[in-house]
Design a protein around this ligand. Structure first.
Ligand code: AMP
Length: 215
C-alpha cells in the first residue's frame, strides 16, 4: 500500500501517519522529519532558515531526498508519505517517475482549529511522537510517554510562523487536492484513489474514519 496524507500543518498528519503506518506495516516517510534530522549536515544548514520561516524547501532537494528514501528495502511493501508532495512540481515528479500511489487521503481542518492545535503542540525530537497540551497531553507534563525524555516545541510552531505556513499551504499545497481529485475521477489506471476525511473530533475517531476509507 502506498499512501499520501495531505492536509494543512496541524491537521494531525504526523499522529495519524504513525497509526496508519503501524496498521499497514509500512514506513512513514515524513520529509519534515527527514529535514529536521539532517540539521547538522550541509543539507540541514541550507534548509534550516527556510524551515524556521515556514517556507517550503526547494522542490529538487525534496524530490532527491524522497527518491533515495523509497529505494530503501523497507519501502518494498509500500510507504506512507506525510508532508510530501507539497507542490504540483513534487506531485508531477512522482507521476513522471511512474511511482504509483494507491490512495491519497486529505485531512481537512479549518484555520482557527489549526492555530489552536499547532501552538499547543509538543514533540519528542527522537521519535517524532506528537502531543498536545489540551487534546493529547503526555502522561507526565513535558516528558515523552515511552522514553521519559523531554518534549520540545518546534521553532516553526509559533503563532506567526503557523499563520505563514497556513498561507503557504493554501497557496502551494492546496491545489494538490483538486490535482488528485480530478486525476482520480479521470479513469486513468495510474491514478490513486482520493478521499477526504474531516479531521476534527477525537484522535481515535479520526483514525477510524481514515481506516474506513483505506480499507
Ligand atoms: P512538516 O514537519 O511536514 O510540517 O515540515 C516542516 C517544514 O519542512 C516545512 O514547513 C517546510 O519548510 C519543510 N518541508 C517538509 N516537507 C516539505 C516538502 N515536501 N516540500 C517543501 N518543504 C518541505
Amino acid at each position: 500500500m502506498r499512501i499520501i496524507l495531505l492536509g494543512p500543518p496541524g491537521a494531525g498528519k504526523g499522529t495519524q501517519a504513525k497509526f496508519i503506518a503501524e496498521d499497514f506495516s509500512i514506513p512513514e516517510i515524513s520529509t519534515g522529519n527527514m529535514l529536521r534530522a539532517a540539521v547538522e549536515t550541509p543539507l540541514g544548514l541550507k534548509v534550516k532558515e527556510i524551515m524556521s520561516q515556514g517556507l517550503l524547501v526547494p522542490d529538487d532537494i525534496i524530490i532527491n531526498l524522497v527518491e533515495h528514501r523509497i529505494q530503501q528495502p523497507d519501502c518494498a511493501g509500500g510507504f506512507l508519505f506525510d508532508g510530501f508532495p507539497r507542490t504540483t512540481a513534487q506531485a508531477d515528479a512522482l507521476k513522471e517517475r511512474h511511482i504509483k500511489i494507491d490512495h491519497v487521503v486529505e485531512l481537512a481542518v479549518d484555520d482557527d482549529e489549526i492555530v489552536a492545535r499547532v501552538t499547543g503542540r509538543w514533540v519528542h525530537p527522537g521519535s517524532g511522537r506528537v502531543y498536545h497540551m489540551t487534546y493529547h497531553p503526555p502522561k507526565v507534563p513535558g516528558l515523552d510517554d515511552e522514553t521519559g525524555e523531554p518534549l520540545i516545541q518546534r521553532e516553526d510552531d509559533s503563532l506567526v510562523t503557523v499563520r505563514k505556513r497556513l498561507k503557504v499551504y493554501r497557496e502551494q499545497t492546496e491545489p494538490l487536492l483538486s490535482y488528485y481529485e480530478t486525476w482520480a475521477n479521470s479513469g486513468d489506471s495510474m491514478a490513486p484513489k482520493f478521499s477526504r476525511v474531516i479531521a476534527t473530533g477525537s484522535l481515535p475517531d479520526v483514525r477510524a474514519k481514515i481506516m474506513n476509507v483505506l480499507r
